[in-house]
Design a protein around this ligand. Structure first.
Ligand SMILES: [Zn+2]
Length: 275
């Protein structure tokens, strides 16, 4: 099955790169109904807690902007295929001119470096939001926390590998012409989605407000243990889903399943995703 799917937004091409897929265990989910929790734990064929890991490529005439980079070999054999997806899109690592990271969690950043910590994309400038940079590089992290020392050390290794060609961005600055970050706080302090706007056409990538779309679109209260500020993350999820459905925006997100691009339609207290 193809690892890429693309849409045009005006003159810009946006390609979703499927790094892989995985199932989240019930223990990684919160606010789960007892019934769903039972189904996830006992019925192996159910897809309630199914997730994809996606990176994105935004192309204009001059730039190949990679957004996020997949999880390399950190989350098992079903993930870590961003290089294959790029190849399918006709690009080699050296063709990437810019990288933007929506946040510094391992499933979004590990693919930017090799296991020994060197940069994979030798010609790319790395763009990171200042809030996210500051959070991961200036705190002391506990060994046992989810968002702990392991993840912080990986974030620091990525920042270090690109330190000679790195730019920190504020939320109101452009990532590339027609591409801008969208502040979605909660999942991490500098957690971001991105927008692509050209002429009258727009796309929003909603970051990590959804990890298990089959559950969270029906009940947006369902969350994961990966949110650093759970209350803010829930508020962000509700606001972004509401805005995207009200404004009838073309959308996608970091863990969207196939199909990758579509619209949200309100359905009771949840949403339908219409590809
Ligand atoms: Zn993620």
């Amino acid at each position: 099955m193809s690892r890429i799917s693309e849409v045009s937004v005006g003159s810009l091409k946006v390609v979703a790169l499927r790094d892989g897929e995985l199932f989240l265990p019930a223990g990684a989910l919160v606010n789960l109904s007892e019934e769903d929790s039972k189904t996830i734990s006992s019925d192996e064929s159910n897809r309630l807690a199914y997730s994809n890991v996606n990176a994105y490529l935004v192309q204009n005439n001059d730039q190949n902007l990679l957004i996020d980079s997949g999880c390399r070999d950190l989350f098992g054999p079903t993930c870590g295929f961003v290089q294959e997806a790029l190849k399918e899109a006709g690009l080699a690592p050296g063709d990437i001119t810019d990288i933007f990271l929506t946040h510094l969690h391992p499933d979004h950043i590990a693919g930017t470096i090799t296991a020994d910590g060197s940069a994979v994309f030798e010609n790319a400038t790395l763009k990171v939001l200042d809030k996210e940079y500051n959070f991961w590089s200036s705190h002391d992290f506990n060994e046992i926390e989810v968002n702990g020392a392991d993840w912080a050390n990986l974030a620091k290794a990525v920042l270090n590998a690109y330190k000679d060609r790195m730019e920190t961005l504020t939320f109101d600055s452009d990532i590339a012409p027609g591409v801008s970050s969208v502040s979605i706080p909660g999942h991490t302090p500098g957690h971001s989605g991105f927008r692509v706007d050209d002429g009258r056409e727009s796309l929003i990538q909603m970051g990590d407000i959804l990890h298990v779309p089959n559950l969270q679109l029906i009940d947006p209260n369902v969350a994961t243990v990966f949110d650093i500020d759970p209350e803010a993350a829930l508020k962000s999820r509700r606001e972004v889903l509401d805005m995207v459905s009200t404004d009838k925006m073309l959308c996608t997100s970091g863990h969207m399943l196939d199909q990758k691009f579509g619209h949200l339609e309100k359905n009771g207290s949840g949403y339908n995703f219409i590809a």
